[in-house]
Each structure stands twice: as C-alpha cells, then as structure tokens.
Design a protein around this ligand. Structure first.
Ligand SMILES: [Zn+2]
Ligand SMILES: [Zn+2]
Length: 341
C-alpha cells in the first residue's frame, strides 16, 4: 500500500469510527503534503528522516509514511483497522439491502460544514462502489454551517462539472444538490432559479425545532406540497447520542406530513447517522404504512462517514420496507427522472 493510500485509509477508518476530526485532519493533511512527491523522493526523505520538514507532516504521520514506503503495513494502520475496521452492524444486519444501494443523496463537503474537499468525497464514494453521490451542502441561512449563497453555489456547480470531467470513465457521477433549509413559513432557503439548476434537492428543518406542533405541521406540509424538494431530510431533528448531546425530536402531525410526502412523491429520508437515527421507528413504520418513498442517506460530513449507509439499511430492513420504494436503489437515470419530473 502506498503511503498516500495508508494515510487515507487511516483517516477513513477514524471518520467511520466517529473519532474527533482533529485526529483525522493530521492524516488527510499529510496525504495531501506528499501527494506530489515521487516514490523515490518519499523513500529518500524517509531514510534521511526529513519527512517532518514537509509542511503538514508530523512525527506520527511521518512514521506511517516511512513504514509504508519500506513496504510494511504501518503499525498505526493495523491498530486503526483493529479498532474501527469491523462491521458496523451485528450479524450482517442491513448488508443485503446495502449491496443494492447504488448511491447516496445527502453529503457535505468543506464548502459548508463538511471536513473534506469535494473531490475527496467523490473518490471515497467511488471506492465504496457508488454509482452516484449527491453533493448537498447547506443553504445561505445556515450561517453556522457556512451555507452557500447563490454565487458560491454557482461556483460549486462549476467545480462539480470539473470533478465529473476528471472522473469520467469510472462509471460514477457526482450529482448537483443541496440540503436546503425549510424556513418558518415552509418556503425554501434558496432561489427557485438555483433550485432548478440542481439535480436533486434535500430539504430539512434546522431552525426553531421546538415550534408549536400545528405550526410545524403546516411548515413541513407546505414545503412538501409547494416546493421543488425531493427528499425530506432527518424529519424530527432529534439527536440520540454523540458529542453534540441529545435533544428530542420536533412535534408535528406525522400522518399529515407523510401523507403529503406520499402524494407529492417526496422521499422520506432514513438518516443513517448514529446520532440521528431519524425518523424514529414508530414514524418510520407510519411512513411505510402510508406508502411513502424513502431515501437511505449517510448525511456524511467526512469521507469515512459515507460508510454509515448500512446503519440506515439495517433499520429499513427491520421495518420491512421494500427495496422498490427506496429511491437510491434506482439507477441514476430513473432517480433523476423522478427528481426532475
Ligand atoms: Zn441537516
Ligand atoms: Zn446534512
């Protein structure tokens, strides 16, 4: 394994294991620092002990690089594989459905609050066997997450085109998307013109989660019924574990919201993040019984988190949701026809 591959694999595993991002950053920075060096150059620096003179390479990452350059499996990689490389579910739960998932409709890059560049998210999606990944950075009002203005989103679309040109031939497409805020009145936090330019739109509630039940129901039903949204992201907003603490889900009339989703063919997201597990099981079963479409998403904020999908698959399997109703089991063209009908 090349030094760059070893560093990327360690970072991937740490992200998948939900380790703190500062730990991960060192490995991604070191991979970037040596990317342009030749193998000879890396070996020479490893022999001379001058790897740490490179900006972005510290003592522990230099050790990984030197071991990989000598043809060894770096000790740190072995340790990280041991700690975080195992299956995310027990007894293969979710594996069957996961093998039929073709892509991921919800992911973030460092353009908003993700930790990695767009291309790194795309490379990792290819390595996971995805046919497509929808890039869904946040919308302007979510300033805390560096949401994208119209002009930044315009620029991002150009970058997505460039990444796709670069990756042509891999049987993979990075799709243009957004995770757009559902505003208090049920409208979306982006212009219709920009939303039209995108290929898929996830819409989520991120503010005033404690809004009174009737008002929240109206807000969500309005968004589902009157806007160009395709996926209702993490519908309750609850947090069940993790370093952001926990919080209960929003209160709304789930039957009304899911009936609107079914009527307007908006997919209810099964958010795979361990700290979200959204919707809760009772609501998931209600949406199933009402006949909704679903999308099983990672909501990845780092490449390794793209691997969370199996956790959503485990829940969909447990709820007995048919594969046909899960939109990201569909081929790309069918997905795009549905999202832009
Ligand atoms: Zn969100
Ligand atoms: Zn998100």
């Amino acid at each position: 394994m090349s030094p760059v591959a070893a560093l990327r694999r360690i970072a991937f595993l740490l992200e998948r294991g939900r380790e703190d991002t500062y730990k991960v950053k060192a490995f991604r920075a070191a991979a970037a620092a040596i990317l342009s060096l030749s193998d000879d150059d890396i070996r020479r620096r490893a022999d001379e002990g001058t790897l740490t003179e490179l900006s972005g390479v510290g003592a522990s990452t230099a050790k990984v690089i030197a071991e990989a350059a000598r043809g060894e499996v770096p000790q740190r990689l072995q340790d990280t594989e041991g700690a975080h490389g195992g299956p995310l579910t027990t007894d293969g739960a979710g594996d069957g459905l996961r093998s039929r998932i073709r892509g991921d409709l919800h992911s973030h890059s460092d353009w908003s609050d993700g930790g990695s560049p767009i291309e790194e998210m795309a490379f990792t999606a290819i390595e996971l066997g995805h046919d497509y990944l929808v890039l869904t950075d946040h919308s302007p009002r979510l300033t805390i997450a560096n949401g994208l203005s119209v002009s930044r989103l315009e620029r991002q679309l150009g970058v997505v085109d460039a990444v796709n040109d670069h990756l042509a031939g891999h049987g993979f497409t990075l799709l243009k998307g957004i995770e757009v805020d559902i505003l208090d009145d049920g409208s979306l936090d982006q212009t219709d013109e920009m939303l039209d330019k995108l290929e898929l739109r996830v819409a989520s509630v991120h503010s005033k989660l404690k809004m009174e039940k009737e008002q929240m129901t109206r807000r969500m039903v309005t968004a589902v019924s009157t806007t160009r949204m395709n996926v209702l992201g993490h519908c309750t907003g609850r947090l069940v574990t993790g370093n952001r603490g926990t919080r209960p889900g929003s209160q709304f009339d789930a039957r009304k919201v899911f009936e609107a989703c079914a009527e307007h063919q908006v997919a209810v997201e099964i958010n795979s993040r361990p700290e979200r597990r959204d919707p809760p099981t009772k609501l998931l079963e209600l949406a199933r019984d009402i006949g909704c479409l679903f999308s099983i998403d990672s909501d990845a904020h780092a490449p390794g988190q793209l691997d969370f999908l199996v956790l959503g698959c485990e829940r969909a399997e447990a709820a007995g949701i048919e594969e046909e109703r899960i939109v990201n089991t569909w081929p790309r063209d069918r997905l795009l026809a549905w999202a832009n009908r």
